[in-house]
Ligand binder design. Structure first.
Ligand code: SAJ
Length: 468
């Protein structure tokens, strides 16, 4: 419907440029909330819609639901005090918006298939709420083809309005959301060129990095490939850790030295890969490819290897406990339940499988995490020293910055005074010598219980490089 010669595209473009476009962001999670706040800071009137009334109520009173995100509390305060950010659980408040951004989770269900129910209901809500020409952006990570097929079907209302549609995947790390959402380069994939141009204009209101346009399916695949690359790289590091354990050398030292090569950049081995992204995106990609006739064995094997890591760490811990007085009834102190350091997010955390494996062998697990409330069935402690009381093993499962200043001597004094106590460094952040000096036996992913004794002199020069 074009009035006075102005096309739907021109009208929306003008509204976005002048910040007059009314924006609705569906989903006020880790990505939807900061996007809504960044757009409101850029001058748009933004409604932040979420079906979770408790979350919305908290946002209204200025309480930030995601700890450990620098800049987020200030942005929320600004959004609320300027009146340009309005959190709501009422779908009527998004009626007639000019721009709709869908930022709902797309978790995986068993077998790696995506659960698209949140996406479907958000897209249906958008379809019901569009009353004029509109731009719809999908931020959620989705299987290839979802935006141009399923979402297009659901958001295009029956009347003859123009609906522009794009997929703009976020590229931000939890713990660094605001910085990365504003600074990272972005890919904007439109179902047609005009959609991509409108979405580019919208994001350029707050994103300072490059914004590159492409088609929607390419952008969906790019997002999945980014996280697959990281998952496979970590799997290779974990495989190297197993190789190093078999050979009795330190994986940390090997990887640190190999990374001195200008074209080698191995990531860090660890007790597992958690979080909501790396654990599912490679499967979305692999399943879509398999459905189209090619089974990507490497990607699938890497995923399985990373999934095996918590159990293989548990086996190493259990075999130490068995050899030093028995595992049943022993206490293990677990430091960290969040899926990674610096965040409070427990989703898909490897700590879950680790606790389950230890408990099923009759071990008593006590945990402490400064940011995360989830304990996965272990007993929660108020601090690391309380968690370690009487323990025969301390496991570092999450590399929270706070743990780097642990008083190792005090920690050892809390543990079992009788026999040897294992410090299992699941994130390779501690220096073996410091831990051993405090009276622990040191081991970890790819770190043998005792360091290979040959050739000590030759190692002297590199040992410093392996410090935390
Ligand atoms: N991890 C390792 N070794 C490493 C790095 C990470 O074992 O060397 C583990 C972490 O402990 C954690 C898991 O991997 O359990 C994932 O952590 P992460 O920091 O690699 O990734 P996420 O899931 O927090 O964020 C990723 C990022 N993707 C890439 O860097 C390619 C982020 O940019 C994405 O926006 C995010 O996924 C997403 O939402 O897709």
């Amino acid at each position: 419907m074009e009035e006075f010669g102005e096309s739907a595209f021109d009208r929306l473009m003008n509204e976005i440029r002048s910040r007059r476009a009314r924006v609705a962001v569906l989903g006020q999670g880790y990505i939807g909330l900061p996007i809504a706040l960044l757009l409101s800071r850029a001058g748009f009137n933004v409604v932040g819609y979420d079906v979770n009334e408790v979350l919305v109520e908290g946002l209204r009173t200025g309480s930030v639901p995601y700890p450990g995100e620098p800049g987020l509390p200030e942005l929320l305060e600004l959004g609320l005090s300027s009146g340009r950010y309005r959190p709501t659980a009422d779908p009527d408040e998004i009626l007639g918006a000019d721009v709709f951004i869908i930022a709902v989770p797309t978790p995986r269900i068993n077998g790696g298939e995506p659960n698209l129910t949140y996406l479907i209901s958000a897209a249906e809500e958008v379809g019901r709420s569009i009353s004029g020409d509109a731009l719809v952006v999908v931020e959620s990570t989705v299987p290839p083809g979802t935006t141009s097929e399923m979402v297009a079907r659901l958001v295009r209302p029956r009347h003859a309005r123009r609906v522009f549609l794009a997929h703009c995947p976020e590229r931000a790390m939890p713990g660094r959301l605001i910085r990365e959402l504003t600074e990272a380069n972005r890919i904007v994939g439109g179902v047609d060129e005009e959609s991509a141009e409108l979405a580019r204009e919208l994001y350029s209101s707050f994103a300072r990095g490059k914004i590159i346009t492409t088609d929607a399916t390419t952008s969906e695949v790019v997002k999945l490939v980014e996280n697959t690359y990281r998952d496979v790289n970590i799997a290779l590091a974990n495989e190297i850790a197993r190789v190093c354990s078999a050979l009795g050398v330190s994986a940390r030292e090997v990887i640190g030295l190999a990374n001195l090569h200008p074209r080698v950049n191995l990531l860090r081995p660890g007790i597992g890969v958690g979080g909501s992204c790396l654990t599912k995106d490679p499967l979305f990609l692999a399943n879509a490819s398999a459905d189209s006739g090619y089974i990507p064995e490497l990607i699938l094997r890497a995923r399985r290897l990373n999934e095996e890591m918590p159990r293989s760490a548990a086996e190493e811990i259990l075999s130490f406990l068995e050899e030093t007085g028995g595992a049943r009834g022993a206490t293990v102190a677990l430091l960290g339940t969040a899926y990674k350091g610096g965040v409070g997010d427990p989703r898909e955390s490897p700590a879950k499988d680790l606790v389950a494996a230890l408990k099923s062998a009759g071990v008593r697990v006590r945990s402490y995490d400064p940011l995360c409330e989830e304990s996965f069935g272990s007993e929660r402690s108020r601090d690391p020293y309380e968690a370690a009381a009487g323990a025969r093993c301390v496991v570092l499962a999450t590399d929270h910055p706070e743990f780097r200043s642990l008083d190792l001597t005090r920690l050892r004094e809390s543990c079992d005074p009788e026999g040897p106590v294992l410090f299992y460094d699941g994130r390779l952040v501690f220096d073996r010598e410091n831990v051993e000096e405090a009276g622990f036996v040191y081991s970890g992913i790819g770190e043998p219980l005792a360091r290979a004794s040959w050739p000590l002199e030759a190692r002297a020069g590199t040992r410093r490089g392996s410090s935390a």
